[in-house]
Design a protein around this ligand. Structure first.
Ligand code: F6R
Length: 615
């Protein structure tokens, strides 16, 4: 969603800010803007559409200063337009604000500010913030005090950065609730602010993350952090180990393509250092969980959204089978509104690539309030979910830039497998031999993934995409542990190619969807040789009996399926609990090739955002 980048220091601020915003483009946005302090006043440039439009505007109307803030906006209140783009200014033009989040009570605030004579220029909720700051600005307290007072009026989550030409040496950043992160990068005689680490990673690895209800005054010398109640805070300085090169596209056409193809490596990174293969043991460095507490859990609840929720549906099989703990899976957006039954005997496992998904964070808050143990599976280091948790299992798959999640899905599956083994160790739920076998299975996984991704180059996917990219509907069928993979395959196709696709448990087909089967709706069937293979074959027969087209994902060497399906993509034979890590990869590649042929914006599909920080 919206992105923020700020800079203060000796260098020209505009290129740094624009470059940072470019690195956040993957988050999704529909307009962009920048405010620069220049010769004692503030210059603002805003433009609708892609950042390149703002770059063109800046070429026509250049800015030149050493302190700036920029923003990419994903419209919530008011359509994408120049007026609604951030930064927003007060009437004097001397104070500006950018915001991520939502001011839930903005209508009442707007009315009372209008009654005081403030004239609004936009339809956004953000403009109330800049007027509130202007209203409370006094030279003695300065900008920080005015921001603090303004935030006192706001309901709902907000992350803001404000600046004023009256104090041209500082940016003020603040965070209220979960509206995405605020990272402050500490450089040498310069400082940065960003809503997401990749924006500023090329400049510094030393970062502070603002917590809920904290405010920072950021100058070229660093940051002074306080709570919104005025208490001084000594923030932890994190050293970020990501390699900025890994956030570049390299030889690939799209980030999504790169992220699909790097899965053999990302899976290795997820496993690395956590398994003693000789002893058959798993170590999770950021999971301070005692055997006593682990034994006290009477169930686990996995909560997540979108792709991460589908990952959780696979994880349910792993946790139940290996750790012998009953598991429930729910969407963050549903969980929070159903007064869920949770207590201190509940293990809540949240899965979130970004660590900032507001519905997932709300589920964690619910769990925290009811005494549950919070374990999160997270990719973005230092993100809100990681900080809120009792235990964290990082995905360690590197920055995922493509909006459609791919490598984070497979790494989160492996993390859940590790969690299941870890709990099994603590709860003594399986014997050492069985555990050793599961660990050995895991050891082979990256190599199998590498083989699958290298095999048959792209031709099978290119041929299928060439043939089917104009079709309007697809059905994806899976059963058992591969049913969630069918859901994920359908989601990948719809979100990046805009083709309607539905995932279904194969056995349910005859209870309704079978009525849809004809030559115009290809059916993608997950049919690896596992315990439900025969049942999947009979689904294939049922589709064929109705003149349907079947694209089967099957195990290498399965000749029988070739005689039944119209098209077959093979995957290496793998242990049942790990098969989804492989079976999803052909679906990712198929969706990618289809989207490319349809000329879609693969890395930034319309209307989507990488981290969903609004409800
Ligand atoms: C789909 C996709 C989304 C995310 C969802 C949750 O490809 O990426 O469905 O999985 O928005 O995001 P995180 O995992 O960041 O909480």
């Amino acid at each position: 969603m919206c992105g923020i980048v700020g800079y203060v220091g000796p260098r020209a601020a505009t290129p740094i800010v624009v470059n940072g915003l470019q690195r956040l483009e993957y988050r999704g946005y529909d307009s962009a803007g920048i405010a620069v302090v220049q010769n004692g006043s503030i210059e603002v440039r805003r433009e609708v559409g892609k950042l390149s439009n703002l770059v063109n505007l800046l070429a026509e109307q250049p800015t030149n200063g050493h302190l700036a803030v920029g923003h990419t906006r994903w419209a919530t209140h008011g359509k994408p337009s120049q007026q609604n783009a951030h930064p927003h200014r007060d009437a004097s033009g001397e104070i500006v604000v950018v915001q991520n989040g939502i001011v839930e009570n903005f209508r009442e605030l707007r009315e009372s500010l209008q009654a005081e004579g403030f004239e609004f220029q936009s339809e956004t909720d953000t403009e109330v913030i800049v007027f509130l700051i202007a209203l409370h600005y006094a030279p003695e307290g300065g900008l920080a005090e005015a921001v603090r007072k303004a935030l006192g009026y706001l309901k709902g989550p907000s992350a803001i950065v404000a600046l004023t030409s009256r104090e041209p040496d500082k940016l003020v950043a603040a965070r209220l609730g979960n509206a995405g992160g605020v990272a402050i990068g500490l450089g040498d005689g310069e400082s940065f602010i960003a809503s997401d680490i990749p924006a500023i990673l090329e400049h510094t690895r030393r970062m502070i993350f603002l917590e809920d209800r904290q405010l920072a005054v950021v100058t070229r010398d660093g940051a002074i952090v306080q709570t919104l109640d005025g208490q001084a805070v000594r923030p932890e300085v994190h050293e970020i180990s990501w390699d900025p090169i890994s956030a570049a596209k390299g030889e690939y056409r799209h980030f999504m393509q790169k992220e699909i193809f790097e899965q053999a490596r990302s899976l290795t990174d997820t496993i690395r250092g956590r398994v003693d293969f000789a002893a058959g043991e798993v170590y999770l460095e950021d999971m301070p969980l005692t055997a006593e507490r682990a034994r006290s859990f009477d169930r686990a609840v996995i909560v997540a959204c979108g792709t991460s929720a589908y990952s959780g549906l696979v994880g349910k099989f792993m946790l139940e089978k290996i750790a012998r703990i009953p598991v429930e899976v729910d969407y963050g957006s549903e969980f929070r509104y159903r007064d869920p039954i949770i207590d201190e005997r509940t293990l809540i496992v949240t899965i979130t690539q970004s660590g900032e998904t507001v519905d997932t964070l709300a589920a964690m808050e619910e769990g925290r309030a009811k005494g549950a143990y919070l374990c999160s599976i997270v990719n973005v280091i230092g993100s809100q979910a990681a900080r809120m948790s009792d235990g964290v299992i990082y995905m360690h798959c590197g920055p995922e830039i493509g909006v459609a999640s791919t490598k984070a899905f497979t790494s989160s599956l492996v993390d859940q497998y590790l969690l299941a083994l870890f709990l099994a160790q603590l709860r003594d739920s399986i014997g050492p031999l069985a555990r050793q076998k599961l660990v050995d299975d895991l050891a082979r996984l990256p190599e199998l993934a590498g083989r699958l991704l290298d095999a048959d180059a792209n031709t099978v996917y290119e041929d299928l995409a060439e043939r089917f990219h104009r079709y309007r509907n697809f059905l994806y069928l899976g059963r058992g542990i591969n049913y969630p993979v069918a859901l994920e395959g359908a989601l990948k196709l719809k979100e990046i190619s805009y083709i309607h696709a539905e995932g279904y448990p194969a056995g349910e087909m005859k209870h309704g969807p079978i009525a849809l089967i004809d030559r115009d709706m290809p059916v993608v069937t997950l049919a690896p040789q596992d315990e439900v293979y025969d049942k999947m074959v009979s689904q294939v027969e049922q589709v064929k009996a109705r003149s349907g087209i079947v694209i089967a994902i099957a195990t290498e060497g399965d000749e029988f399926i070739r005689s039944r399906a119209d098209h077959v993509i093979t995957i290496p034979a793998a242990p049942p609990l790990l098969t989804p890590v492989l079976s999803v990869m052909p679906l990712q590649r198929l969706a990618y090739e289809m989207a490319v042929r349809r000329g879609a914006d693969v890395d930034q599909p319309r209307n989507l955002a990488k981290s969903v920080t609004v409800e």
